[in-house]
Design a protein around this ligand. Structure first.
Ligand code: ATP
Ligand code: PYR
Ligand code: K
Ligand code: MG
Length: 586
């Protein structure tokens, strides 16, 4: 450690006490989408979809290297046994990427895949993990609890057996108005001019022809003749023509496919009617049962649908704290309603993370307002140091086709350029025909745009506002801001952060530095939760309060694994001992 230079050193060992900061499809032209969905129904039943091999090949080809196999081989060399002896845990995909491509090329934007019939098999999940999935999302709107349990178990088994660190996000159903499950049918086609009945009666399957059940009892009372009824924010449209007690007869004015449990909104004189559904609870009684299930299964994140205010987030967080050991589940608020936009700042402050749920958001505000809302949410989250996910329709056409549209690539690029923490696949991975290819597109676009950003030296002039709530926190914040700036100016190879709660890691991530951030933390659950934050490479490692010995140990462990090389310039910070150290890897 001869070359270690201590730049400054604040001796009070201020321990950071607070916790780590932590769709609706717009219609494709309806004929195109309908084919997509029709094909899907068949695809979902023939279980083996795309070949997993393609994922690793794309990984390798991104770097212009011919041999697509070395990385795949490195990844499949199952590493869990090795971990136990080497004393440091990192996920197998990152390790392979670091070894093959060096520090600079690692992807900073995190990727989430919604798991569904197309991806719930063990091999399919493994292909996604190899392809860079950081978080697997299960949507409680769909599937049975047994199914969700099976997916969680498979992801956990993959992590254990194959050395991945995929986190699990459970997404609640929420209690907005939606259709029932179509009496078990996968979909139903509504044609122009047909009359359909929407009913609040509790009908048993099989349902009468052209009949749809609605979950909200007040529906038949609330709608008026002449209202426009939008399925999935406009995928299919109806006009209310007659009310008959619990039944509402509607004329199909814009044909398309109806999917089970599709969301319903109704519009009157050009605006969304929402007085009544504003009274529906954000977390329904079914959601509470699902949340109990998520707590029991130890999911890493719970995403709450249709959040309207910060109160519900505080309520859920205290519920979780009282029930889960250590309260280590992060709560992500989904911004997908007008109310959530109104109370945005309070909701972000209350949550551990945010999802820009553009599917439903686009059904509640005019579509042309969605991009501005996204930019505002992403920026505010960064200011307030909360991770932000951009979700829905990123690669919608890839549900059906193996290549994305140019417009989709531009949309993904924009989300990466905005420096959002994570991108999410929905139908593309849940029920599409090309889940691995869609993930590969997110990965290669992320890596390319991130590199472009660095090459162009487009360091944003963004002055990050102070967010600390105590003097000790202010010190951490200043240290991280300075360390990130130094890393850019000195062209450091990596930032190292030793953090127990993950808070210091999030403060570094917030600065979006040019180099990757190696985040060392002592617990598996913190490590998995860091998976959602931009630029962090989470490692689990036991360490003590002596930074010198921590660094020596880390260097020798990483060198032994071939993950760093002598001479690399490292800037290290820690939350045990508030300091910045600059050194070359010995
Ligand atoms: N567990 C599942 N079982 C069956 N189909 C699923 C499952 N999860 C997702 N899907 C399918 O993938 C589509 C997209 O998934 P996604 O999670 O984005 O749901 P969504 O219904 O659009 O609602 P949300 O607004 O909650 O995201 C769904 O409409 C559904 O058809
Ligand atoms: C993801 C989600 O819930 C939406 O886009 O509506
Ligand atoms: K949901
Ligand atoms: Mg939604």
């Amino acid at each position: 450690m001869a070359q270690s230079l201590h730049l400054f050193f604040i001796s009070s060992p201020n321990l950071i006490s607070h916790k780590s900061a932590y769709s609706r499809p717009l219609p494709l032209p309806s004929n195109r989408r309908s084919t997509a969905l029709r094909k899907l129904v068949t695809a979902a039943s023939s279980s083996d979809l795309d070949a997993p091999a393609s994922a690793s090949q794309v990984l390798a080809s991104e770097n212009g290297k011919g041999g697509g196999h070395s990385l795949a081989a490195a990844v499949s060399a199952s590493a869990s046994v090795e971990y136990a002896s080497s004393g440091i845990e990192v996920d197998a995909v990152t390790e392979a990427e670091l070894k093959e491509n060096g520090f600079r090329s690692t992807r900073r934007t995190k990727l989430i895949c919604t798991i569904g019939p197309a991806t719930c098999g063990f091999e399919q999940l493994e292909a996604l993990a190899v392809g860079g999935m950081n978080v697997a999302r299960i949507n409680m709107c769909h599937g049975t609890r047994e199914w969700h349990k099976m997916v969680i178990e498979r992801v956990r088994r993959l992590n254990e057996e194959k050395g991945f660190a995929v986190a699990i996000m459970m997404d609640t159903e929420g209690s907005e108005i939606h259709m029932g499950d179509l009496g078990g049918a996968q979909s139903a086609k509504a044609e122009d001019g047909e009359i359909w009945t929407f009913t609040v009666r509790a009908l048993e399957a099989p349902l009468p022809k052209r009949t749809i059940t609605v979950n909200y009892d007040g529906f038949a009372e609330d709608v008026k003749v002449g209202d426009e009824l939008l399925v999935d924010g406009g995928m299919v449209r109806f006009e209310v023509i007659e009310k008959l007690g619990p039944d509402v007869r509607c004329l199909c004015t814009d044909p398309g496919l109806l999917l089970p449990r599709a969301n319903l909104t109704f519009w009157r004189n050009g605006s969304l009617v929402r007085e009544r559904n504003a009274m529906l609870p954000t977390i329904s009684s079914k959601d509470w049962l699902d949340i109990d299930f998520g707590i029991a299964e130890g999911v890493d994140f719970i995403a709450v649908s249709f959040v309207k205010s910060a109160e519900v987030i505080y309520h859920l967080k205290s519920y979780i704290a009282a029930r889960s050991r250590g309260g280590d589940i992060s709560v992500v608020a989904k911004i997908e309603s007008i109310d959530s936009l109104k109370n945005l700042e309070e909701i972000i402050k209350a949550s551990d993370g945010i999802m820009v749920a553009r599917g439903d958001l686009g059904a509640q505000i005019p579509l042309e307002q969605v991009p501005a809302a996204q930019q505002r949410i992403v920026k505010l989250c960064r200011n307030l140091n909360k991770p932000v996910i951009v979700a829905s329709q990123l690669l919608e056409s890839m549900i059906e086709y193996p290549t994305p549209t140019r417009a989709e690539v531009a949309d993904v690029s924009e989300a990466v350029r905005q420096r959002s923490d994570a991108l999410m696949l929905s139908g593309e991975s849940a029920m599409g025909q090309y889940p691995d290819k869609a993930l590969a597109v997110l990965r290669s676009v992320s890596v390319r745009i991130e590199r472009w950003w660095r090459e162009e030296k487009q360091h944003e002039d963004m002055v990050l506002p102070g967010i600390a709530s105590s003097f000790s926190d202010s010190i951490s914040e200043e240290i991280c801001n300075s360390a990130a700036k130094m890393a850019n100016n000195l062209e450091a190879d990596a930032l190292f952060v030793f953090t127990k709660t993950g808070h210091m890691a999030s403060l570094l991530s917030r600065c979006r530095p040019d180099c990757p951030i190696f985040a060392f933390t002592t617990t598996t659950s913190v490590r998995r939760r860091l998976n959602l934050q931009w630029g962090l490479i989470p490692f689990r490692l036991s360490f003590n309060d002596d930074m010198e010995s921590n660094l020596n140990k880390t260097f020798s462990l990483l060198k032994a694994r071939g993950m760093i090389k002598s001479g690399g310039l490292i800037i290290a910070v820690s939350d045990m001992l508030q300091s910045i150290q600059v050194m070359n890897v010995p």
